[in-house]
Design a binder for this molecule. Structure first.
Ligand code: FAD
Ligand code: NAI
Length: 476
């Protein structure tokens, strides 16, 4: 007799494992199918985010930031350091320890919530009454389990370019770029998006000469233009990232010392020689081998599972969440969808508001935003007012010795409802939470302006930006 569950979740990344936990909390018999194995061949939970994404990249960002700060950021505080060195092997071991702690933590949560971890590749093979049959296989014996409801949370993988084979030694995607055994002297990056900027920053801080080749003519096109302009200035002029916009990548070939990238810029043929190359040109959903065709699951032209606002697919009791469906490819977006679908399966009402998903780029300074950019409001024809306030005159920022950036708030001209908040600052990832709460409660800029913010704190800049919407900033 096949094992039968109320819910089978396919994929144990942040979308899938959170969905499984919420389903189990609601009393549903839950299993989670996961095929991930680490380089030692051990099965692992946590998906891209924990194993080769958010968590390891933030560990390396922190280590490299500490190193650079030790070299250049302490003199003003009267601290002299000599002989500071970076031990790359130790940095990588720390990163792995952080990853292991997190992935083991999910194993504990699965045990605590009595979630069955089915190790292997999951795919639809047919119907089972009103539910579905899922085969768990790959590498040896396979079994078929039955599920009243299925949650597809199979995530995404790095998009590769035709003619640019990734070996994750010399030419790498995120997997290899998180594990260089030594600092490359010259690092090339194709794609100046989120991964390119974050991982480019890591290796630049450790001493690599980093060149990013970006196809688009504008920098950070998804961010607010004034933030992108400020970031461009800081990343290129101050930090020395060499970012070339509007390039067309040509041949990429191995050389004796590494790799050569031929590209075109302003109609001229150029070449970049580097020791290692990172290809970070976006990600593609994992729907291959899911058995979609066996059951008629609709997949769109770009490979995403088609879903409605509640993550329901075209099949009854089959949901899809996280990177494998439309919307931003962000861990927290997938997690909230995971909670929502578990609650829907349990018969509750639930929703996720995609309009208030925060974005963070963990460069230094960090960039964070929620809601609309000024250019979007302009093109939508929405009347708005802007309030902007710099960190350079904030007492806490001066005390930190890091005064770069600003908070920019956009509010509707008539209703004053906050439509977007954009931050560039070292602590932007934490500061954005206030804006997300405000927007979720449909607050006006005046609401933030009238709320007491602790002094001295960086959050006072949010307060002043809200006051500035009404042209009444107090400290400027
Ligand atoms: P995934 O995390 O990709 O997990 C999907 C899981 O499904 C995988 O474990 C996979 O093995 C498994 N799977 C796939 N198919 C099958 C199958 N048929 N059977 C069994 N198992 C299967 N996002 C942020 O919000 N913040 C960040 O700071 C951040 N940093 C990032 C840094 C990097 C370098 C990268 C690459 C990504 C980063 N992201 C970040 C994005 C984030 O990792 C993804 O949005 C998130 O992991 C998506 O979660 P998911 O559960 O949908 O998919
Ligand atoms: P991305 O979409 O952020 O950036 C890809 C960049 O590559 C774009 O600027 C694009 O114009 C450029 N590009 C595409 N094709 C190209 C080509 N042929 N030549 C040159 N440039 C080209 O994708 P990225 O950086 O790969 O990251 C994938 C996703 O992972 C992100 O979109 C995000 O959803 C997630 N992520 C989130 C992070 C965070 O939240 N802090 C960190 C890292 C990744």
């Amino acid at each position: 007799m096949a094992q039968a569950f109320d819910v089978v979740v396919i994929g144990a990344g942040p979308a899938g494992y959170i969905s499984a936990i919420r389903a189990a909390q609601l009393g549903l018999a839950t299993a989670c199918v996961e095929e991930w194995r680490n380089p030692a061949g051990e099965p692992k939970l946590g998906g891209t985010c924990l194993n080769v994404g958010c968590i390891p990249s933030k560990a390396l960002l922190e280590s490299s930031e500490q190193y650079e700060h030790t070299l250049t950021g302490l003199g003003d505080h009267g601290v002299t350091v000599t002989g500071a060195k970076m031990d790359v092997a130790k940095m990588l071991a720390r990163k792995e320890a952080v990853v292991t702690k997190m992935t083991k933590g999910i194993e504990t949560l699965f045990r605590k919530n009595k979630i069955a971890w089915l190790k292997g590749h999951g795919r639809f093979v047919g119907r089972a009454g009103a539910g579905w049959q899922i085969e768990v296989g790959g590498g040896g014996a396979s079994e078929v389990v039955e599920a009243r409801a299925v949650v597809i949370a199979t995530g995404s993988k790095a998009r590769h370019l035709q003619g640019v084979p990734v070996d994750n030694e010399i030419v790498c995607d995120n997997v290899g770029a998180l594990a260089f055994p030594a600092v490359p002297q010259r690092l090339g990056v194709i794609g100046a998006g989120v991964i390119g900027l974050e991982l480019g920053s890591v290796w630049r801080r450790l001493g690599a000469q980093v060149t990013l080749l970006e196809a688009l003519p504008s920098f950070l096109a998804a961010a607010d233009e004034s933030v992108a302009k400020e970031a461009w200035k800081l990343f290129t002029k101050k930090q020395g990232l060499d970012i070339r916009l509007g390039v067309k990548i040509g041949k990429v070939e191995a050389t004796k010392k590494g790799v050569r990238v031929d590209y075109e810029l302003d109609g001229k043929a150029e070449k970049l020689d580097c020791d290692r190359l990172v290809v970070s040109v976006g990600r593609v959903p994992n729907t291959d081998g899911l058995g979609a065709e066996a059951v008629g699951l609709k997949i769109d032209a770009r490979g995403f599972v088609e879903v409605d606002d509640h993550c329901r697919s075209n099949l009854p009791n089959v949901y899809a969440i996280g990177d494998v469906v439309r919307g931003p490819m962000l861990a927290h977006k997938g997690e909230e969808e995971g909670v929502m679908v578990a609650e829907l399966i349990a018969g509750q009402k639930a929703h996720v508001n995609l309009e208030t998903i925060p974005w963070v780029i963990y460069t230094s300074p960090e960039i964070a935003w929620v809601g609309k950019t000024e250019q979007q409001l302009k093109s939508d024809g929405t009347p708005y007012r802007v309030g902007q306030f710099p960190f350079s005159i904030n007492g806490r920022a001066l005390g930190h010795g890091d005064t770069s950036g600003f908070v920019k708030m956009l509010a509707h001209q008539r209703t004053d409802e906050i439509l977007g908040v954009h931050i560039i600052n070292t602590h932007a990832s934490e500061l954005i939470a206030e804006a997300v709460v405000a927007m979720e409660f449909r607050a006006a800029s005046e609401d933030i302006a009238r709320i007491v913010h602790a002094h001295p704190s960086l959050s006072e800049v949010m307060h002043e930006a809200a006051l500035a919407v009404d042209k009444r900033a107090l400290n400027m």
